[in-house]
Design a binder for this molecule. Structure first.
Ligand SMILES: [Zn+2]
Ligand SMILES: [Zn+2]
Length: 321
């Protein structure tokens, strides 16, 4: 009896994952990848037996391709602060919980496949709160870290938004569909448009669609006024019923729309300068837009502006708790 076996020599992770994924579709007795790393250490990986092992645990071995696309490949993004190994590990800790991610091989993918991938990413972050979405996780992390004076940067460690991850899942789904159809005689490549890509300004070119949300938040409470000359009695802040803050460009001696910051600020946990350095960016109108802890809590009682008292700061700290 003749045993048919094949050894593939490669240092590429993609080759190992594809070999496991397609090992059951290729009629061979043995399929082995001879893998080597930069230290010239050679490992023989019996990919057919790995696929069999996964099957015996009721895990579809093609899921490795889905995880590979979600955690970065040549055409999908790397998820900041999340390594491929960690992403895979999180899945294998509880594979039944994320079984819906296999549906990412359908294009367009159903919502439950994207929801399952989002849950997998949320669980990858070790965070002591139960959250339902990446947006909620993002907000929770930011609200806790903004109070941490030892933390130099917040934005670089925050997870992706739900919307940005949705677009990432669409790109991953397109890629997985192409891989899954690799053995088809007449595969049809899914379009780029509406699969995490958008038309670029150059004809017939596409660009990555990072998110379907606006580049800047459009919450009016995050806006500040410009260089007002008239004491801020008719500016954007005043019309929005918000007091001007240190983030506005108006001069505090001229502005009549400010509240006096007294020693009560020092009694509270906010560090205005640290928040300012992390949160300001220029809007398209040349005005500064920021995540102001005051903007959403400017006290207004009975239609009248109130002075900022320590009592009002109590309500601010609730927001950030
Ligand atoms: Zn103003
Ligand atoms: Zn002002």
């Amino acid at each position: 009896m003749i045993h048919v076996q094949l050894i593939i020599q490669s240092s590429n992770t993609d080759v190992v994952i594809f070999a496991i994924g397609f090992s059951m579709s290729i009629i061979l007795d043995h399929l082995v990848v001879k893998s080597f790393n930069t230290y010239k250490k050679t490992t023989y990986i019996d990919v057919k037996s790995i696929a069999s092992e996964l099957r015996s645990r009721f895990i579809d071995h093609y899921v490795l391709l889905v995880l590979h696309a979600l955690s970065e490949c040549d055409s999908t993004s790397y998820i900041r602060n999340i390594t491929k190994k960690n992403f895979f590990q999180c899945y294998f800790d509880n594979p039944m919980n994320y079984s819906a991610i296999m549906k990412l091989s359908s294009n367009p993918p159903p919502q439950d496949a994207i929801d399952s991938a989002e849950e997998l990413l949320i669980n990858r972050y070790s965070f002591d709160y139960t959250v339902k979405s990446l947006d909620e996780l993002h907000a929770k992390m930011a609200s806790i870290w903004v109070k941490d004076r030892n933390r130099k940067s917040i934005s670089g460690s925050l997870p992706s938004s739900t919307m940005a991850f949705h677009e990432h899942c669409l790109r991953s789904s397109r890629r997985v569909k192409i891989w899954f159809d690799a053995l088809e005689p007449f595969p049809i490549t899914p379009a780029l448009f509406r699969n995490g890509y958008d038309h670029s300004s150059t004809a017939n070119k596409f660009k990555i669609k990072w998110s379907a949300l606006n580049d800047h938040p459009n919450d009016y409470r995050l806006q500040t006024c410009g260089e007002c000359k008239g004491g801020c009695t008719g500016c954007k802040c005043y019309k929005n019923n918000l007091s001007c803050t240190v983030f506005c460009k108006c001069h505090q001696d001229v502005c009549g729309n400010r509240i006096s910051y007294n020693s009560s600020i020092q009694n509270n946990s906010f560090d205005v300068t640290s928040i300012q350095s992390q949160s300001i960016y220029e809007s398209s109108e040349g005005e500064r837009v920021f995540q102001s802890p005051y903007a959403c809590s400017t006290p207004k009682l009975n239609g009248m502006r109130n002075n900022l008292t320590s009592l009002n700061f109590v309500s601010i700290s609730y927001i950030f708790t």
